[in-house]
Design a binder for this molecule. Structure first.
Ligand code: MEV
Length: 306
């Protein structure tokens, strides 16, 4: 039986999550945690996923390609992932992109980026309803960049190489939080317009600070971005507690990353402070020191292949 394996990175959003759904720019980076999907040709026309029942980003992305490209065999998929699920680190997008890439490889097609994004977008909709496309773009292209719905993903140079990711341990559904922000905007159009303008200004200023990198400015901008996210209702008690603790322990700045409502907090600090924060917070949370600007999607060698 023919088989192929591909992997794709998770992501953190440094600035601009949620506002990106409404047309604003956001800055994100691929991280050095990856999801891999193995795709094996199977009898019949069925796409099955080991260990999962029902819709899943991996099987939806593969089904989309199989239909589009007129492939008439079945597929058996297996996921293995280092990315914690439903906590804002782009796990569904990485799984959807890796599945789409492995499927294309198995069918004997090139890794066409446009097709990968299209298939992964279908896969991500399972968890998300109306994704902006930022998570799938990062999983495909890797590195770090600015994303807008109108212009897509543009890579940037970033001097910031690592940060802390603290998992509050509370999973949530991205789609529910995206809906919450949309409702805030509909009920408070004037205020929401001001928040979007300020968030766009933060992204502008952050681009310079990230290049250097100037941790003090990055931290100040993250703290202000967090206040804007709090205003639109996507922070939570757990997030605020973890952020408070990071700042007390010397972080330059901290904010939620991804959809919020639980999930992960990111914090920037100099190296010594990072160690101190990790030691203290790991008593009650999962704390990861995460490398940024990781490689995008790639085909993985198969066991026994040269
Ligand atoms: C999710 O990682 C980021 C959000 O901005 C949603 C999206 O952009 O699709 C909350």
């Amino acid at each position: 039986m023919r088989a192929a394996t591909a992997s794709a990175p998770g992501k953190i959003i440094l600035f601009g999550e949620h506002f990106v759904v409404h047309g604003n720019p956001a800055i994100a980076s691929a991280i050095n945690l990856r999801a891999s999907v193995e795709v094996v040709e199977a009898e019949g026309g069925v796409i099955s996923l080991e260990g999962f029942i029902g819709d899943n980003p991996a099987s939806s992305a593969a089904s989309y390609l199989v239909k589009k490209l007129g492939y008439n065999r079945g597929l058996r998929l297996r996921i293995s992932s280092q990315i914690p699920q439903s906590v804002g680190l782009g796990s569904s997008a990485a799984i959807a992109v890796a599945s789409a890439a492995a499927t294309l490889q198995l069918i004997g097609r090139k890794l066409d980026h446009r097709l990968l994004l299209e298939a992964a977008h279908e896969g991500e909709k399972v968890a998300h309803y109306t994704p902006s496309g930022i998570d799938t773009s990062i999983a495909v292209f890797g590195g770090a960049g600015v994303y807008t719905r109108s212009e897509g993903y543009k890579k940037i140079d970033m001097g910031l190489e690592e940060l802390l990711v603290i998992n509050t341990g509370r999973p949530r559904r991205t789609g529910d939080l995206v809906r919450k922000v949309r409702e805030f905007g509909e009920n408070n159009p004037g205020k929401f317009g001001e928040i979007l303008d300020e968030a766009a200004g933060i992204v502008d200023e952050a681009l310079r600070a990230l290049r250097e990198p100037d941790l003090e400015i990055i931290g100040r901008l993250m703290n202000r971005n967090q206040e804007l996210l709090r205003m639109v209702g996507v922070s939570s008690e757990e997030i605020e507690e973890v952020i408070g603790e990071c700042l007390r322990l010397g972080a330059c700045g901290a904010k939620l990353t991804g959809a919020g409502g639980g999930g992960c907090v990111i914090a920037v600090a100099d190296r010594d402070q990072m160690d101190k924060i990790s030691r203290k917070l790991c008593e009650r949370c999962q704390v990861m020191r995460v490398g940024l600007m990781a490689e995008g999607v790639r085909i993985e060698p198969r066991p026994g292949s040269p």
